[in-house]
Design a protein around this ligand. Structure first.
Ligand code: F6P
Length: 543
């Protein structure tokens, strides 16, 4: 029987039909203390979830659904290394990767030893590069490190190093991910073979995007380096679960960093995949990020559901998606350092929960993952906020912002410092104003200018639910907390939907068909096997 026929689900359906689903968000704010009741703080992270269309009764019914779905048991199964990824018969132990040697209940000691061993090996390499002792073929220190990877082998390091861009680093970090070669050609036109080191990051070590970019990088190095052993030992590192394939490719063992199949690709920045982060902020900074995530893990594993931040966020989105029928979610960071956060969450959430078959292999009879996208909030206000305010789509929004800009001097400083601080204040004002208007709609229009909005074209329905997450600052620690929060929120939703968030069978067929299509582009005769559209497209390319 699907969860939608369960007692707890039907109680929520009744709650929705009895009025909770029709009540406008603005009416809930008649309670002057609403925000206090629906806000929660953990260390340097604050969540205001009051602008959701929920009451205490809604929450208690959602928690009853979580209990019915045995969420607490699932949480402890996740954290203690149970086989929660059943279709691949694996645990999902990204939490062990950041436990920092602290004994993780249920996780074998040798697993924890392996994790620490690889982090130590990574630390040695990172320190050697950052201190200038890693030399290129001509004896010069490495100045530029290029991470070649895609998806979970790119987005985490890319997002975090960009978010921490104001932290001085002795080396420049670059990222090549797309198969088309644009990033590769741009970068290689500007870099110097003598001082450039590549990280070949690929969990499977079979991803054509990454391997083709790596071959192009190798060809570029060969323009200056005749000896392949020198080329590989001094200008390439590898990060993968496949030491056999890394060795086959030519990577010396000393240059190979490992992680394991029980770390999902989109959950892997805590492992050696996170090396670019450590190169950017040093191992101390990297470990601070791990500690931030670990703090969230301990909270997730111990806080009662009514005080558990990932549980609350996950359950509220279940209410939005499955009872209020809201099928879109916008991630809106109000700080351009978080430019890549939406892209990171797109993979984390939609590759985890973009599924329609439950753990028993049956097609589900309800909606699962919404369409998730996002953009730096202030910029998005000049791009798609029109739809949020006056479109026909209901959209859930997550506003994310730092309370302090520790990269802007907070003391008196120069006029520039004043104006930068002023800009941060403007960003915060816009962040809070937008969630207010999305919630209140027309009720947000000040009396003094109501006449100006007296037009059917200037009507604001409001009632769009949102969360606002405030981080004390943007730091390795708060980034670790934020990402772990969304990882666990995603897991909470998967448990309610009875789906496996840790596999990704949906990405395999496209890759296979691309191989056939590539062969037909090289030999057009083969395109006869395809539909007329694909045939025509191939023939145009072939010309
Ligand atoms: O195709 C999807 C995917 O497998 C992601 O899950 C993964 O993060 C990405 O491709 C890259 O895979 P790999 O790290 O094995 O190269």
């Amino acid at each position: 029987m699907g969860v939608q026929h369960s007692q707890a689900w039907m109680a929520l359906q009744k709650h929705c039909q009895d009025g909770a689903g029709q009540q406008h968000l603005k009416t809930l704010f008649a309670d002057a203390h609403r925000a206090e009741h629906f806000s929660i703080e953990l260390d340097e992270l604050f969540l205001d979830y009051s602008k959701n269309r929920i009451t205490e009764e809604t929450l208690s019914l959602l928690i009853a659904l979580a209990e019915q779905q045995a969420l607490p048991d699932w949480i402890s199964r996740l954290l203690t290394g149970d086989v929660v990824n059943d279709t691949e018969a694996r645990p999902a132990l990204h939490t062990a990767a950041r436990a920092e040697g602290e004994d993780v209940q249920g996780v074998a000691a040798e697993v924890q030893a392996d994790i620490e061993l690889q982090l130590q090996k990574m630390a040695k390499i990172v320190d050697k590069i950052r201190s200038g002792h890693w030399r290129g073929f001509s004896g010069k220190p490495i100045t530029d490190v290029v991470n070649i990877g895609v998806g979970g082998s790119d987005l985490g390091p890319l997002m975090v190093t960009h978010a921490l861009q104001t932290i001085e680093s002795p080396v420049n970090l670059h990222f090549i991910s797309s198969i088309d070669g644009t990033q590769t050609s741009n970068l290689l036109n500007h870099l110097n073979q003598e001082t450039t080191l590549f990280i070949l990051a690929s969990k499977s070590f079979t991803t054509i995007d990454t391997l083709s970019n790596a071959e192009t990088a190798k060809d570029w190095l060969e323009e200056k380096i005749a000896d392949s052993q020198t080329l590989l030992s001094q200008h390439f590192l590898g990060v993968s679960t496949r030491p056999d394939l890394m060795s086959e490719w030519g990577l010396p063992e000393d240059n190979q960093l490992l992680f394991w199949d029980w770390i999902g690709g989109r959950y892997s920045m805590w492992s050696t995949i996170g090396m670019p982060i450590a190169l950017k902020v040093g191992m101390d900074g990297f470990r601070e990020m791990l500690q931030g995530a670990h703090l969230l893990d301990k909270h997730f594993g111990s806080a009662p559901m009514s005080q558990n931040i990932p549980v609350l966020m996950g359950l509220i989105d279940i209410w939005n998606i499955n009872f209020l029928d809201i099928q879109a979610k916008a991630i809106l960071p109000y700080d351009a350092r978080l430019k890549y956060l939406p892209a990171y969450f797109e993979q984390l959430v939609m590759e985890s929960n973009g599924k329609s078959v439950n753990r028993a292999g049956e097609r589900v009879g309800y909606k699962t993952c919404p369409i998730l996208w996002g953009e730096v909030g202030p910029n998005a206000q000049h791009a798609f906020y029109q739809l949020l305010h006056q479109g026909t789509q209901s959209v859930m929004c997550d506003f994310i912002a730092p309370v302090e800009r520790d990269d802007f001097k907070t003391d008196a400083g120069t006029e520039k410092d004043h104006s930068l601080r002023y800009q941060h204040q403007l960003a915060m004002a816009n962040c809070f104003a937008q969630s207010r208007v999305l919630m209140l709609g027309d009720a947000a229009i000040p009396e003094s200018i109501k006449a100006k909005f007296d037009s059917p074209f200037k009507h604001y329905p409001g009632n769009q639910p949102s969360n606002t997450i405030l981080l004390k600052t943007i730091s390795p620690k708060t980034l670790g907390m934020l990402v772990a929060l969304y990882e666990h929120k995603t897991f909470v939703e998967a448990v309610i939907w009875e789906i496996n968030p840790f596999d990704q069978w949906g990405v395999e067929l496209g890759k296979l068909i691309a191989k056939e299509t590539h062969a037909a582009i090289k030999d057009v005769a083969l395109s006869e096997a395809f539909d007329s559209s694909t045939q025509n497209l191939i023939k145009r390319i072939a010309k």
